[in-house]
Design a protein around this ligand. Structure first.
Ligand code: GAR
Length: 217
């Protein structure tokens, strides 16, 4: 059984999707050992409490310097002795030390089809506002491995979602969550926890798919 820490900043609907899929058995081999929030008001903390999962708040405001905050964040995750970390709406720049220590073991969900509408400044509702402003007809969500860049790491799963003409950013955000994020994030966690992914040359391969391809060749 793999242990994970889920990092959150807000409502925690993605955290809830993970917990629901674990509870109904559609994903397995994984347990949420810790929820970390940088925001003490995040509803995600309440969701963790209701599920009986240890939760901590590590807020930048409580630390004199960025370095102290980052050390506390990494320390909290280290203490839980997790196998990997999931960023589920965690709106914090990930400390380099954390990326080094958990190299290829941090997953992030981003609410667009990377490489569109991603990178610095693209988070939460801002992503959907940009999609609508550009007049894109299709958007979606991406689960990827976290590296030193912003949304630049190897892509694990993506799912497309239609943009409707009369969408508001909020309506589009909800559709992207329902049709894409709440599905592909638990699925990626399942694949990762059950050793069905291989990272090679900056790309992610599903090992079963690879085995099938080799059999055909
Ligand atoms: C989600 O849409 C997630 O993809 C996004 O924040 C939202 C959190 O919602 N993350 C980013 O924008 C990261 N760049 P939630 O708290 O209800 O899961």
């Amino acid at each position: 059984m793999k242990k994970i820490a889920v990092c959150v900043s807000g409502g925690g609907t993605n955290l809830q999707a993970i917990l629901n899929r674990i509870a109904d058995g559609t994903i397995g081999g994984v347990k949420v050992s810790l929820v970390v929030s940088n925001n003490k008001k995040a509803y995600a903390l309440e969701r963790a409490k209701q599920a009986g999962i240890p939760a901590v708040c590590v807020s930048r405001r409580e630390y004199g310097s960025r370095e102290e905050f980052e050390a506390a964040l990494v320390g909290a995750i280290d203490q839980a002795e997790v196998d990997f970390v999931v960023l589920a709406g965690f709106l914090v720049i990930i400390p380099e030390e954390m990326i080094r220590r958990y190299r290829n073991r941090i997953l992030n969900i981003h609410p667009s089809l990377i490489p569109s509408f991603c990178g610095t400044g693209y988070y939460g509702l801002k992503v959907h506002e940009a999609v609508l402003a550009r007049g894109a007809k299709v958007t979606g969500a991406t689960v990827h491995i976290v590296d030193e860049g912003t949304d630049t790491g190897p892509i694990i799963l993506q799912k497309a979602v239609e943009v409707h003409q009369d969408d508001t950013p909020e309506v589009l955000q909800r559709r992207v969550m329902e049709e894409a994020e709440w599905k592909i994030l638990p699925e990626a966690i399942h694949l990762f926890a059950n050793d069905q992914l291989e990272i090679r040359d900056g790309r992610v391969y599903q090992t079963e798919e690879k085995a099938e391809k080799e059999a055909i060749c």
